[in-house]
Write a protein that binds this ligand. Structure first.
Ligand code: ATP
Length: 306
């Protein structure tokens, strides 16, 4: 079953085409991550789906409903973590969670919610006195308090410390195990790679790539072989000399030598064979599969090229 459907969606602000013909759908229980540079149109798309903005044209439905109608049945079934929180600072965590939970027909109890987001020790603290990352956890708490079927997460972990980010990933995964559909926007590519079943990349209001993280990684680039420039090779000659040694195009930035190749075995063999002949050690020799971040950077670079 499709939980979210977007078809030929457009949103214009005067001359600015913030969303320019975007189509995608998200199945029930799926995590879909929208990626893209600042201003690519992610929040605008998500805010149309949340019912906070009206599309210029095209279709956006959530659980079969038009979000701009904002009917009670839909409101009860969606949870929202906005990019910037509007929570009043003078309330305590307990007060805001109880206030927000009162509008939902099905809800989580206070203890469960603060436990899930890791705010057990701050329940009676005023929101205004929390740290940035803790305040963001309050936003997350308010997104899940109504036991939503569909959860919109707009850059949910900005400001989180590494342990809190990992805890929130576990939380999203456990919500998905319970069948919750998640539409996520994030600038953390490791977050998208870990959480998303599928990823859509937006550039200038258009969807330029879509697929599972594995499909995107396989589709676009190979494996990166890297090591530190040996002292015996002059930096000025490094790209040519090592390019000939490896039989591949080589990038040299500072002392880092990198080659992106399809067949890393022969590249490593050539590199290590050459180093042994020279009687030197290849410092920092690494073989790394391209990450979603490498793919993403290639995609947005290509989209920006004239
Ligand atoms: P970020 O990663 O920075 O959050 P985003 O991908 O979410 O970016 P949007 O917030 O959707 O991007 O903005 C898309 C474009 O629409 C930008 O060029 C932005 O300046 C423009 N825009 C957004 N809201 C308005 C508005 N209310 N009036 C005019 N232009 C707007």
């Amino acid at each position: 079953m499709v939980a979210i459907r977007v078809a030929d969606l457009h949103k214009h602000y005067g001359e600015i085409h913030a969303v320019d013909g975007v189509s995608f759908s998200v199945g029930e229980g799926e995590v879909y991550a929208l990626l893209g540079e600042n201003g690519a149109g992610k929040s605008t798309t998500v805010e149309i789906l949340e019912g906070h903005r009206r599309a210029t044209s095209g279709t956006a439905t959530v659980l079969g409903h038009d979000p701009t109608d904002a009917d009670r049945e839909l409101r009860d079934r969606i949870g929202v973590v906005l990019q910037s929180s509007g929570v009043e600072g003078e309330f305590t965590v307990r007060e805001v969670v109880e206030l927000y939970s009162s509008v939902y027909r099905t809800r989580r109890g206070l203890d469960e919610v603060v436990g899930l987001v890791g705010l057990d020790d701050q329940v009676d603290q005023r929101v205004g006195s929390l740290s940035g990352g803790q305040r963001r956890r309050v936003d997350l708490a308010l997104g899940i308090v109504g036991r939503p079927d569909v959860l919109f997460l707009d850059e949910p972990t900005t400001g989180f410390d590494p342990a809190a980010r990992r805890r929130s990933w576990d939380l999203v995964e456990s919500l998905c195990d319970d069948g919750v559909t998640v539409l996520l926007t994030t600038h953390y590519l490791d977050e998208a790679e870990r959480l998303a079943d599928r990823v859509g990349v937006l550039a200038a209001g258009r969807l330029i790539a879509e697929g599972t993280p594995a499909e995107l990684i396989e589709g676009i680039s190979g494996t990166v072989v890297s090591f530190m420039l040996p002292e015996s090779v002059a930096p000025a000659d490094a790209a040519a000399t090592l390019g000939a040694v490896l039989g591949a195009e080589v990038r040299v930035s500072g002392r880092l030598v990198e080659a992106t190749v399809d067949r890393p075995t022969s590249t490593v063999h050539r590199a290590t064979g050459w180093a042994l002949d020279q009687g030197i050690e290849l410092e920092g020799l690494t073989v790394k599969r391209a990450s979603l971040e490498d793919v993403y950077l290639q995609l947005v670079e290509r989209a920006a090229a004239p």
